[in-house]
Design a protein around this ligand. Sequence first.
Ligand SMILES: Cc1cc2nc3c(=O)[nH]c(=O)nc-3n(C[C@H](O)[C@H](O)[C@H](O)COP(=O)(O)O)c2cc1C
Length: 319
Amino acid sequence: MAILLAPMEGLLDFVLRDILTRVGGIDRCVSEFIRVTNTLLPDRAFIRIVPELLNGGRTFAGTPVRAQLLGSDPTCLAENAAKLAALGSDGIDLNFGCPAKVVNRHGGGAALLEVPELLTDIVSAVRRAVPAHMPVSAKMRLGFNDDSRAVECALAIAEGGADELVVHARTKADAYRPPAYWERIADIRAAVRIPVVANGEIWNVQDAQRCRALSGCDDLMVGRGMVTDPGLALAIRGAATGVQDEAVTWQTLVPLLHDFWHLVCTGLEKRQQAGRLKQWLNFLRRSYPQAEVAYQALRTVNEPAAVEQWLLAHLPRPQ
Ligand SMILES: Cc1cc2nc3c(=O)[nH]c(=O)nc-3n(C[C@H](O)[C@H](O)[C@H](O)COP(=O)(O)O)c2cc1C
């Protein structure tokens, strides 16, 4: 079983990838999307979103990071993919699921699920542009307005030469509303010969088990569940193998919260810093009551120095 960390623009960036992969249990990350319109992006545009490229395409814990491209023009995507490949990405992932209006209006993300021929063209152009050993994967939703073309889209992606397909088991119209339709992933698995990874609404070990049973997939991609419970990948793996690691307690997380804060303060602009800590605490408070206390205390604090002071006073780093 492989467990992938989901791409999440504005939430799961290089900072949180670094921290979550230190906890363990994650086999690979996919970066937030890098939007390609009609230019060949400069190196710095790739490195800004995937600074792991400067570390051999891995987080500091050693977990590979595959960069994700979003766009609708096969030639332009292929040229940018070639550049990313040369920069040392663990592979190229293609976004066929983004529901954002501005992206869809330009024919990108989930809008491509209305044009399966274009999916094939994009994947095959990217496949041809990068070295044969470099994996090219795709991430799709079940459809745009409905899921009637889900299998057709998956077949189109496989026909283009994708090595792996992640399926977020919802349509664009479903947005992020539960449930995720894991059983529809089984239809896709039955139709394509490439590995299929199941994604959507995996919040705990039981969800992971049900998702694997209903989709038939061995491999899972987890997003918000990992941000909420950083020990989730280890717990899923433990339940599947019968070898349980120790639970990730709040005491284990405290030093990681300090590391997170340090990375945020060194890597992000001042105006983003407090917000980023609060954003993570807002997820963590669903799993840890101590995170709720921290979240409530910091909710209205925006000055990084005041955040720092609170952390040192109330959540001292264990010796
Ligand atoms: C804030 C946010 C940002 C996201 N950004 C991306 C993205 O850049 N690329 C992508 O393919 N999916 C993106 N997604 C979708 C997630 O990768 C994932 O498919 C979705 O959250 C369902 O998985 P989960 O229930 O485990 O979170 C995003 C989701 C959220 C909530």
